[in-house]
Design a protein around this ligand. Structure first.
Ligand SMILES: [Mn+2]
Length: 242
């Protein structure tokens, strides 16, 4: 599905949550296999691949990467909020441990890499809680909406994520003008004070995936369109000269 997107690409960055490393049991093997197939596909095409870690795959990969001499910062997105995933189902259960992690990184918040370390520690602290297996659609509803606090936290984050991303860029971006991340499943562009925050959404039900490309100092954000079972570059959402 992603193969057509690799045309004319020489360096690909995947901004985390590429596979579900935290899944237990049989699902993990299946996810790992797909992940390996993706890596093979990209390397067969001669594309340099950089995979950042996310909260679902916190065990490998760098937390942040920089492009254009530090002007562009790419990270998964869980570094942006102190609690990384405030809507997490497990947050209530591990709240004290999470507070301790946040406190530990308090003095390093001006560094993006430290915020990403904090996010990784939180992801590893939140051990998955298994839900009872239910028939559809209750399985989906339980996954998405339980516990009820989860819905409120999601709405709060969706409302505030644009401002929060720009705030992170200003205080922790170490001089970067652009922040590109995913994580929140809501694609969009937010701009203020000469800074740009782009969220590339997600390849998931209810979200639209975007891609950002950099070419000779020109940055373009595009929607990815699913057509005939494959993704292609679609509508241009924004273009900037760096
Ligand atoms: Mn995530």
């Amino acid at each position: 599905m992603l193969e057509p997107l690799l045309e004319e690409v020489d360096h690909l960055i995947l901004a985390g949550d590429v596979w579900q490393q935290r899944r237990l049991g049989l699902g993990r093997g299946k996810a790992l296999k797909k992940y390996e197939a993706l890596k093979n596909l990209v390397s067969e095409r001669g594309v340099r691949l950089e995979i950042l870690r996310g909260n679902h795959d916190p065990e490998g990969g760098a937390g942040v990467t920089w492009l254009e001499d530090g002007a562009v910062l790419v990270t998964h997105g869980d570094a942006i909020y102190d609690e990384a995933t405030p809507w997490s189902r497990e947050m209530g259960h591990y709240h004290e441990q999470v507070v301790a992690v946040v406190k530990k990184y308090e003095r390093q918040c001006h560094l993006a890499v430290a915020c990403a370390e904090r996010a990784r520690e939180i992801a590893l602290t939140l051990k998955p809680i298994l839900l009872p297996s239910l028939p559809p659609p209750f399985n989906f509803l339980a996954t998405a909406l339980w516990p009820p606090r989860r819905t409120f936290e999601m709405l709060r984050v969706w409302r505030g994520m644009g401002k929060q991303g720009l705030r992170f860029l200003e205080h922790s971006g170490e001089g970067a003008q652009v922040l590109v991340c995913g994580h929140f499943h809501r694609a969009g562009i937010w701009e203020a004070g000469g800074r740009v925050f782009i969220n590339t959404g997600a390849f998931m039900k209810g979200s639209h995936p975007w891609a950002v490309d950099l070419n000779a100092g020109e940055m373009t954000a595009r929607e990815l369109t699913l057509w005939g079972g494959v993704y292609r570059l679609g509508e241009v959402k924004g273009r900037w000269l760096l």
